[in-house]
Design a protein around this ligand. Structure first.
Ligand code: ASP
Length: 328
């Protein structure tokens, strides 16, 4: 009888203790498949980076990390999906510089483009290239600029919507050469690349993670890299400054985000897995082939990511306001 009472008391005590702990904390993280939302179409540069990161992070987390492409509206549809997701760390966003330009470009959004997220860590900063269809009648940047100025009414330029890196790069290019072209928006530069390769698009500016192999395979014309220095994956390609366009400089940083309200423990765990992933030899080698490198480990942290993100929002706001560019 006494033993029974003791067992009952123990069971009760255990029950009380368990119910005092929030349901979330009772389960180890992660406890199921994770989803990385990529706010652009499959086959493009953000998608390529995300798949490499997801595979390596999944190994460290002991769970599969799947990539889901939610493209459209310059990356805002995918971002909105994550801002509204359950903040349990199983749904994250891998986005780019658009996280810094959206707050100034979009005056009306169905989510908070800054407060809706917890930064987890930076991933990589990718150079861009100015490329054209293979039969574009120019081989140097100077020749391309002359043709853009002359034929601006006939030429088209692909981008991935307002706020996309290709949009920003196009804006800077058109401003630098003072020649607006017709822009054709896609859900990501993956599908835009197919049109460029088919010769139906004339020009595009895109991350090296989507252009290096086509450039080296002579499937595209390339006029410049949009960085201060030449890059090792494309040593023969001049910088835009060397080609005579000093104001034309963009590099596309990527970062990983959880929805606002995700616990600090889970954000820290995800950041740790990101840091491990960015040292994965397979990932590092593939990034290098695609003309980029992972960020240093101390930048793949929530604090470094937040500081960089906030500084970039402040950097782009006056440029966007001066250009009078709004998505709505
Ligand atoms: N490179 C694209 C952009 O212009 C997006 C993508 O498909 O990754 O922002």
């Amino acid at each position: 009888m006494l033993r029974l009472a003791r067992r009952l008391l123990l069971a009760l005590a255990a029950g009380t203790a368990l119910s005092a702990v929030p349901a979330e904390a009772q389960q180890a993280f992660p406890n199921r498949t994770l989803t990385v939302i990529v706010p652009f179409a499959a086959g493009g540069p953000t998608d390529t980076v995300s798949r490499l990161v997801a595979e390596a992070m999944g190994r460290d987390l002991g769970q599969t990390m799947v990539v889901e492409n939610v493209g459209g509206a310059g990356g805002t549809l995918g971002a909105q999906r994550v801002a509204n997701a359950r903040p349990d760390g199983h749904t994250v966003l891998l986005h780019h510089i658009g996280m810094a330009t959206t707050p100034s470009l979009y005056r009306r959004l169905a989510y908070d483009p800054v407060g809706g997220f917890e930064p987890i860590g930076l991933v990589t900063e990718v150079p861009m290239t100015l490329v054209a269809r293979n039969n574009f009648p120019a081989t140097t940047l100077a020749e391309a600029v002359a043709i853009i100025r002359r034929d601006q009414d006939k030429l088209n330029y692909a981008n991935a919507g307002i706020g996309a890196a290709s949009h920003l790069c196009g804006l800077l290019l058109m401003k630098a050469v003072d020649a607006p072209m017709t822009t054709v928006p896609f859900r990501g530069t993956g599908p835009a690349m197919q049109e460029l390769l088919a010769g139906r698009i004339d020009l595009m500016c895109d991350q090296t993670t989507n252009t290096t192999e086509q450039i080296l395979g002579h499937q595209l014309r390339v006029f410049a890299v949009t960085t201060q220095n030449r890059i090792s994956a494309l040593p023969n390609v001049p910088t835009s400054a060397e080609g005579g366009l000093p104001a034309f400089e963009v590099s596309v940083w990527h970062g990983l985000y959880a929805p606002k309200g995700t616990s600090a423990e889970i954000v820290t765990r995800l950041s740790g897995a990101l840091q491990v992933a960015l040292r994965d030899p397979r990932l590092v080698a593939r990034f290098r082939e695609l003309g980029t490198d992972p960020v240093a480990q101390d930048r793949a942290t929530p604090a470094a990511h937040r500081a960089f993100w906030m500084a970039d929002i402040a950097k782009w706001r006056p440029i966007i306001q001066a250009a009078g560019q709004y998505a709505d």
